[in-house]
Write a protein that binds this ligand. Sequence first.
Ligand code: ADP
Ligand code: MG
Length: 380
Amino acid sequence: MTLKKKVTEAFTSHFGGEGTLYASAGRINLIGEHTDYNGGFVFPGAIDKVILADIRPNGTDKVNLFSVDIDEAVSFGLEEADMPSQQWARYIFGVCRETIKRGFKVEGFDAAFAGDVPLGAGLSSSAALESCFAFAINDLFNSNAIPKFELARIGQSTEHNYCGVNCGIMDQFASIFGKKDCLMRLDCRSLEHEYFPIHLDGYRLVLVDSVVKHELVDSPYNRRRQSCENVAATLGVATLRDATLEMLNAAKDKISAEDYFRAKYVIEEKDRVLGVCDALGRDDIATVGRLMYETHEGLSKEFDVSCEELDYLVEIARECGVTGSRIMGGGFGGCTINLVSDSVYPRFIETVVSKFKARYGHAPRIYDVVISDGARRYEE
Ligand code: ADP
Ligand code: MG
């Protein structure tokens, strides 16, 4: 059954009649990892995996939801005290509350929704869910008066204030602003963004999910952030965005070896994002791929956020002749993102599944993705 049929049938059987369909997407990030908190660039795009919601105002002050995938109904009021206990419903409650807090209107509505963004695989199903409802609420109750960037912030604040996830803005930004066949370079210092068309004729983007998540005792994320801050302070810059390799090398004896390599990765990653943007302008896919491998090397050897499973996935990709491969996301597990030519694709998938399974006892999950539109009225 198509997603659309699932959602509209669920709406009709729970609420009767029909509503309006809205969609929003999960996202990938082609390059630009651990750059956001250093004032650098990220380079995400929305994908063809979506949350689809059928929504209709109900003339009350209650929100009635049905999650098709979880097969559960939840209702809540729109006051702070009405927070539901179900985690999935909190994403939507949070979006309502954050919209109201910003002085915009939310009234009661009925909604049924479902999705095909894999949960917890690093494709940001939660941002897709938030963006879908933020977009719909803007359209249904506010005549689209809420600026798009504010919709992304509503999703981000939802994660912070209702879901206990202290995330940056990239996921919600990508999900709201995503455009078919375009990646977006977001400058995490100025928050300006620019679209870059991506022509992947003869290539595919493939995620290989290790289905591994290493829980680490010390907080590796905070430690790395601290290293970046230490070096920025030593170099006398606000963030590593303003540092160069020359500056770093000139101050090398004032910096610990660990901090040096963390900062070196971040400074080089900033230039790699710009290099990928240039290469895409020339349709130079080989260079895009080479820079992705360089990012992986940096994340693994210098920033030290890889793990043996992810290094193995990238090693297999290289052996199979995959054009580019790297960790996507924070590291220590999760996915690799791979740029694969059509001719290499079948052998790569077969090899990566069998080799990984032989070594780790379980198969990785494979997700083909196509760069697509983000939040929208769903008219397909
Ligand atoms: P991700 O990396 O995919 O964003 P999160 O843990 O941040 O992983 O978000 C996943 C959560 O988002 C789920 O546990 C669920 O509460 C909610 N969610 C995502 N997709 C759906 C869906 N299709 N139906 C119901 N809830 C969903
Ligand atoms: Mg999430």
